[in-house]
Design a protein around this ligand. Structure first.
Ligand SMILES: *Cc1c(COP(=O)(O)O)cnc(C)c1O
Length: 449
């Protein structure tokens, strides 16, 4: 498959080049030039595979000749060695072979090592990058801006990979304390460094963008992005929509499927839209935004107004200029009506999110992270506007204990830390505080290579 720059469809390249260079030479985001479309027979075959095998099969269509089928099988089996359960609020796990009656599920995407859904994309990306660098003997410096979960997932996925250094930029005071521990406790001697930027997540993202726009800096450090501007982050996000929708369809063949997604940079939604274009049996997406809602406004009005972000409880969604918005336009040729027919959006204040999280917990005992609560509330509001009997899947993007202090205040109850988080909270933390300055960043990278 070829990839084109969204600025100029005639600027095309292969997967490896798109992955390692992050942006096209004209500064545009890469998108797949065409997508495979699977028929019923092939969908049936893919649906009975385990997730990692389905992912390996799908990834064949996205990569180039640097990856053999065996490479992809090993890479996906290694990346996806944890479960992806769909469960009801009262604890039933969906099993397509013996479906119990149910119409609303939580898709728990946080059973990977950093307890956030970003592991799905980061682990695929880490392994594809490392495969290519090992072949060519090249090196790369990864810059990643994070509002919390990306940095942990990318840091973990690239930890100790030869040929790669990772610099994680996060807003000082803008991530949860558990997340900060996770980011800063990876060890001083390793190839992953955390930088606390005195600014917002948008400042971090802008700094990374400016670094990539600086040709000298790019060449000097062999910079590469692991943010969702990199197409290597977006592709694997289609795999889990593809596979889970087949599981759900097998269990409840007659019912249309809707996913509710807590959205910020829109990478997760873009993955879902790509899966749908490849023939995954998905009818609709419900998008939940917090007080930062440029995408929901776009759905409502057809007008896209990027803006500065404001801090909220669901901090991984504090995005005023979603990276992947242009990709969604590219997928649909900019047709607002088409996008609006597939996606419905709602946005909520922190107060509404807190109230919902508390209500679900007190009624069912199920505890969700604030991001998941936004999507779950959006799904409830969506359901009240339709008579159609959907199977409703709320995408749960992080373990609630990643926001331990925030969640404890909301439910007025204690939230135990899973073992992996307890370890990083105890480990020694190392961070470097920095103003949002490209010169300072350049110097710090040079000192630490
Ligand atoms: C990153 C993140 C999101 C937002 O996902 P996008 O792909 O940026 O829309 C939502 N929830 C959590 C917990 C996240 O880490």
């Amino acid at each position: 498959m070829k990839y084109h720059s969204i600025n100029d469809p005639e600027t095309k390249t292969g997967f490896s080049q798109a992955l390692l260079s992050s942006l096209a030479p004209d500064g545009g985001l890469y998108m797949p030039d065409s997508l495979p479309r699977f028929g019923d027979d092939e969908l049936a075959r893919l649906g009975v595979m385990p997730f990692h095998a389905c992912a390996a099969h799908l990834s064949r269509f996205f990569v180039d000749s640097h990856f053999s089928d065996n490479d992809l099988r090993d890479l996906c089996a290694d990346a996806y060695n944890f479960p992806l359960p769909l469960r009801t609020l009262d604890g039933q796990i969906l099993d397509p072979a013996v479906p119990e009656p149910g119409d609303a599920y939580i898709m728990e995407m946080w059973h990977g090592p950093t307890l956030a859904f970003k592991d799905f994309a980061a682990r695929f990306m880490g392994r594809t990058v490392s495969h290519l660098l090992a072949k060519s003997g090249e090196t790369r410096t990864i810059l990643v801006a994070t509002s919390g979960d990306t940095g942990g997932a990318i840091g973990h996925a690239f930890l100790n990979l030869p040929g790669v250094r990772v610099f994680i930029l996060y807003p000082e005071g803008g991530v949860s304390s558990v997340q900060e521990h996770q980011l800063t406790s990876m060890g001083k001697k390793y190839n992953v460094k955390a930088i606390a930027i005195e600014g917002t997540f948008d400042d971090c993202q802008a700094l990374v963008k400016h670094a990539f726009a600086d040709k000298d800096m790019c060449a000097k450090h062999q910079l590469m992005s692991a943010n969702s501007i990199n197409i290597g982050r977006v592709i694997p996000q289609s795999f889990y929509y593809f596979w889970t929708s087949l599981q759900i369809k097998a269990a409840f063949p007659g019912r249309p499927i809707v996913y509710g997604i807590p959205s910020g940079n829109l990478g997760n939604l873009t993955g879902g839209l790509i899966a749908r274009k490849m023939g995954a049996p998905i009818d609709k997406f419900v998008v939940g935004n917090n007080a930062n809602h440029p995408f929901v406004d776009y759905l409502d009005t057809g007008v896209y107004t990027p803006r500065n972000s404001v801090p909220t409880l669901s901090n991984a969604m504090d995005i005023g200029r979603p990276n992947n918005f242009p990709r969604i336009l590219d997928l649909f040729g900019g047709d607002h009506d088409q996008i609006k027919n597939i996606c419905t959006g709602f946005h909520y204040t922190d107060e509404q999110t807190e109230r919902h999280l508390r209500k679900v917990y007190s009624r069912s005992g199920y505890l969700m992270c604030p991001h998941t609560a936004v999507a779950h509330l959006a799904m409830e509001d969506f359901a009240s506007t339709t008579d159609k009997a959907y199977t409703k899947i709320t995408v749960s993007t992080a373990h609630p204990a990643k926001f331990k202090h925030e969640v404890e205040q909301i439910i007025r109850d204690s939230v135990p830390l899973p073992a992996s988080l307890a370890r990083s909270v105890k480990a020694k933390s190392h961070k470097h505080l920095m103003a949002p300055s490209l010169t300072d960043l350049d110097a710090y990278i040079a000192e630490n290579i």
